[in-house]
Design a protein around this ligand. Structure first.
Ligand code: HEC
Ligand code: HEC
Length: 321
């Protein structure tokens, strides 16, 4: 082997080595590369707030004081302070840990008075990535506490990677279903479904019962199947059925739509094409109690064919905004 060949090899190595060295240096200086474990690039309360009111869909169900209008779920104003009180019951060691588990295992602890409807936001349809969930948590920290990314990063591994929905198979209707047929059934007050009698969707319908605008962006197909076939399994907060007997001994059962110091309005389903609303003076009420049965009819399993059921479910899935 010639001496000049060895020299060339040595020279090439030195040049390559220098090049790699410079590259490393440049990446470190510019903060890229992700090494060192403290890469918190996209994670901040500011980014988190945008996700909360945007693709995270949190504001479809929650509001934060005066921001947002959703009422079916707890108000997140001061949620970090709320979390300090919750841990007395749940046994977590810090409010942050409570907030993390509220998102990772939403059904592990249910806030009193609310239904089990919070989805796993790292699964379909919301599909938030780990990084985005961390950002949302940073935002929640600022609601009653202070942003502390370092404390937050300790929980990184407890949060699923998400974003791909890898831990669940994509849902498929057990038979070919048609969302257009589902839409017709939803709005047909003379048909076997007649959902429009109680619900609004696509900004049309009755507002007595939960607003279903954009529901396909937050809930899974399985949730819709359950909501239709077993409405009493989960009762949405604010839509509990109330049993009332007036001073003449007449019983009513419905949803409270207005409750003032001396009157209440009760929306009652009497089986017709419209929901009736009765106003009672508080002094006309003999007895009143909440019930565990939904006002939503419990007999859709008999009323709808399997095809009709899945037509409606695929219609609900298609409602993304
Ligand atoms: C489909 C409605 C829905 C969506 C969407 C939703 N949540 Fe919830 N969430 C609920 C309900 C209902 C509760 C109360 C019942 C419970 O504890 O699970 C709740 C509870 C919580 C709690 C506990 C609150 C407390 O007072 O203890 C936190 C924190 C929370 N949600 C965060 C989020 C975040 C962050 C998002 C968005 C990434 C989100 N939720 C999206 C329905 C929802
Ligand atoms: C007589 C009124 C009534 C009719 C008719 C009715 N619902 Fe409901 N629905 C309710 C009430 C009340 C609730 C809230 C209580 C509960 O959770 O069961 C509800 C809840 C729901 C929910 C859960 C909403 C949420 O915010 O998570 C879905 C989904 C739903 N209904 C779909 C339907 C569909 C689809 C139809 C037609 C096949 C239908 N409903 C017909 C009264 C009705």
């Amino acid at each position: 082997m010639s001496k000049s060949f060895l020299l060339i090899v040595a020279f090439t190595c030195i040049v390559l080595g220098l090049f790699v060295g410079i590259c490393n240096y440049v990446t470190q200086v510019s903060g890229g590369g992700g090494s060192g474990g403290a890469d918190t690039g996209g994670i901040s309360a500011e980014v988190g707030k945008e996700i909360y009111f945007g693709e995270g869909q949190c504001s479809t169900c929650h509001k934060v004081g005066g921001e947002g209008s959703a009422t079916r779920c707890p108000d997140h104003e001061g949620v970090f302070t709320t979390a300090m009180n919750r841990i007395k019951e749940t046994g977590e060691s810090s409010p942050l840990e409570y907030l993390v588990s509220s998102i990772v295992e939403p059904q592990a602890y249910i806030v009193k008075g609310f239904g089990k409807i919070m989805p796993k936001v790292y699964n379909p349809p919301i599909l938030l990535s780990q990084e985005k969930i961390l950002a949302v948590l940073a935002y929640l920290q600022t609601l009653g506490g202070e942003e502390d990314i370092e404390a937050l990063m300790k929980f990184k591994d407890a949060i699923p990677e998400g974003g791909k929905g890898t831990d669940e198979k994509p849902w498929e209707a057990p038979l070919p279903a048609d969302p257009v047929a589902g839409e017709k059934l939803f709005f047909d007050i003379n048909g076997p479904a007649g959902c429009v009698k109680c619900h609004t969707i696509m900004n049309r319908g009755n507002t007595v019962c939960p607003n279903l605008n954009g529901i396909g962006a937050v809930q899974k197909p399985e949730y819709f199947v359950e909501s239709i076939l077993q409405p009493s399994a989960v009762i949405v907060n604010g839509y509990e059925t109330v049993y009332l007997v007036d001073t003449d001994g007449v019983p009513y059962s419905g949803i409270i739509k207005r409750d003032t110091e001396d009157e209440i309005d009760l929306a009652v389903d009497e089986g017709g094409k419209e929901i009736s609303v009765y106003t009672f003076g508080k002094d006309e009420i003999e007895e009143m109690q909440k019930q565990d049965v939904s006002m939503m009819p419990g007999n859709f399993a008999e009323m709808l064919s399997t095809k009709q059921l899945y037509d409606i479910v695929t219609f609900l899935i298609s409602q993304k905004s």
